[in-house]
Design a protein around this ligand. Structure first.
Ligand code: AMP
Length: 544
């Protein structure tokens, strides 16, 4: 027997309908790429999205076509996403920090027909134009006044392009399982791989992400997604915020500590989300200037492990709740979120920080397990490391135009991360599986060592890699970028680690560098470091 409920497909553009009808006057504030602060609301945003959909339709974009964006977080980028989905096409976000040849690869691989780009990236698009085989049109996200002379034959300014469209358009109906968005993952080896979200997965995921014990989004919130729309589906905030009627503040191109502080303060932002390096910059700016943020109540921190010192400062110095989250492009992206279950409600001080440092627990809709290399499930004791595997309705089952089978017999995807899970379901990432240090048959977590090292007052950034060792296989080398103007001693950093990790985890050496290389999504490039230190000989190499 079937249920007798209505067939109301879960479609992304319905989010904007709801926002416009129920929260139409709620503001969307942006730092425009041209400079000034721009203000609109959900009602106007929906109208302009309809105009975008109409323009796409007139151009001949049809259901299933891919339309790319190479852009910062602004109101225009939002209305373009919804407009693309509203005509049944697929938004394809491109990370401008990828190597130019990778950008060309993914545009061609996705066969994008139109590219929307911010002024910032126009020179990049001009340089790549000859290699972008499938592009028919480049829409520059600005008005006629700011439109530069472009070398491109097929470039038009956005405001002029939609000028002839009055928004008298009806969203196209598509199946809820139809593709809605694409985002390529920037792996360290091989070509980027295309993750394809569906309308259904985007809606279900936005509901999961907004739930009370996840990000806890409300129409009383003002949300500032520092996380770019081109990074892992904007951690759902481009959907979850309008779905819940939250006011939005979009940071545009400026993401330094001072600019982010200015927006958080002037727009009275209550919730923001970004990778740890952004928060490091903000905290440094606040420490240097003595500025405060009385309106900010919580920050979501993910994309890389959040060092304890960031959690401690936000929570104890500024009274801001840290929501440490783990996710991946393949998971839409949310996997786990660290909020405090009643089981840990009584914890205070360092014991509470121990839990807050974990990546937390999954929402309904994400199932997790850890296994050994043979695929056997491992115990949830908070100590045993294993390969982290996940399944759920907003998790990839395959990559675009790629035959490899990425699921195990039970339908779980291997995340490539190594983790522990404790008896209350709290997951802690200890490493990427290829970065874990194998010493004497046991594993050492490079992330744990890095997180403790950055708690040293003179350390700006730290990375730990395994170096070949004749007796132990591998031993940890700690690579440190000192804070500006500081020249810390190796002994003082090792003394800071002592007692906080098992003796046999202690790095065999510390080296100082000016800079640590990062990937396009801000992660430490361990592979580049391993190459750089491939001839390095540990001082312990000839010791027993
Ligand atoms: P991306 O698809 O670019 O978002 O990268 C996903 C990867 O980032 C994950 O597989 C993890 O290795 C890493 N990652 C994301 N969030 C965290 C976190 N909170 N702690 C540790 N690693 C993280």
């Amino acid at each position: 027997m079937q249920g007798l409920m209505q067939d109301w497909p879960l479609l992304v553009h319905k989010i904007l309908d709801h926002a416009a009808i129920q929260h139409g006057g709620r503001e969307v504030v942006s730092r425009s790429v041209e400079g000034p602060i721009h203000r609109t609301d959900y009602s106007e945003l929906r109208h302009r999205s309809l105009r975008v959909a109409q323009a796409l339709d007139r151009f001949g974009i049809v259901g299933g076509d891919r339309v790319a964006t190479l852009a910062w977080n602004t109101w225009r980028h939002l209305e373009i996403w919804y407009g693309i989905n509203g005509v049944g096409a697929i938004y394809h976000t491109i990370n401008p920090r990828l190597f130019p040849e990778q950008i060309a690869y993914i545009v061609n691989h996705a066969a994008d027909r139109i590219l929307f780009t911010d002024l910032t990236f126009l020179p990049l698009v001009e340089a790549l134009a000859g290699h972008l085989k499938t592009l028919e049109l480049v829409v520059v996200m600005t008005d006629a006044e700011h439109m530069p002379d472009s070398k491109l034959a097929n470039a038009v300014s956005y405001e002029e392009w939609i000028a002839g469209c009055d928004g008298n358009f009806v969203w196209k109906d598509v199946d809820e399982n139809a593709a809605s968005g694409m985002c390529y993952t920037s792996g360290t080896t091989g070509n980027p791989k295309g993750v394809v979200y569906s309308h259904r997965s985007n809606i279900l995921h936005a509901m999961m992400a907004a739930a009370t014990d996840m990000m806890g989004l409300s129409f009383n919130d003002t949300v500032l997604p520092v996380v770019p729309m081109f990074h892992a589906n904007c951690w759902s905030l481009a959907f979850a915020a309008p779905m819940n009627g939250a006011r939005l503040v979009m940071p545009g191109a400026k993401m330094d500590g001072a600019s982010i502080w200015e927006l958080l303060d002037s727009e009275k932002v209550t919730l923001s989300a970004a990778v740890p390096t952004v928060w490091m910059m903000l905290l440094q700016h606040m420490e240097e200037t003595g500025k405060k943020l009385p309106h900010l109540t919580r920050v979501v921190i993910g994309g890389a492990a959040c060092p304890r010192v960031i959690i401690d400062k936000f929570e104890n110095d500024y009274d801001v709740q840290v929501i440490h989250a783990w996710g991946m492009t393949e998971l839409s992206p949310l996997g786990t979120v660290c909020t405090i279950k009643p089981e840990y409600g009584g914890l205070r001080g360092e014991a509470l920080l121990d839990i807050k440092e974990t990546q937390g627990h999954p929402p309904f809709g994400v199932e997790i397990k850890i296994t050994n290399d043979a695929g056997k499930s491992l115990p949830w004791d908070g100590k045993t490391f294993g390969r982290l595997k996940v399944r759920g309705p907003a998790i990839a089952r395959a990559y675009y135009r790629d035959d490899s089978d990425i699921l195990d017999d039970e339908g779980y995807m291997d995340t490539g991360d190594v983790a522990t899970i404790d008896q209350n379901g709290y997951m802690r990432i200890t490493d990427r599986s290829k970065d874990v240090i194998k010493s004497g048959g046991e594993w050492i977590s490079s992330i744990d060592l890095e997180n403790i090292a950055v708690g040293h007052p003179h350390v700006a950034e730290a990375a730990v890699i395994g170096i070949a060792h004749p007796k132990w296989d591998e031993r940890p080398l700690l690579i440190v970028v000192p804070k500006k103007g500081e020249t810390p001693e190796a002994e003082s950093i090792l003394a800071h680690l002592e007692g906080k990790v098992a003796k046999w985890w202690m790095p065999d050496a510390v080296v100082f560098v000016e800079e640590i290389p990062h990937t396009a999504t801000g992660k430490i490039q361990k592979m580049a470091l391993r190459e750089k230190f491939s001839d390095y000989v540990l001082p312990t190499a000839d010791q027993d």
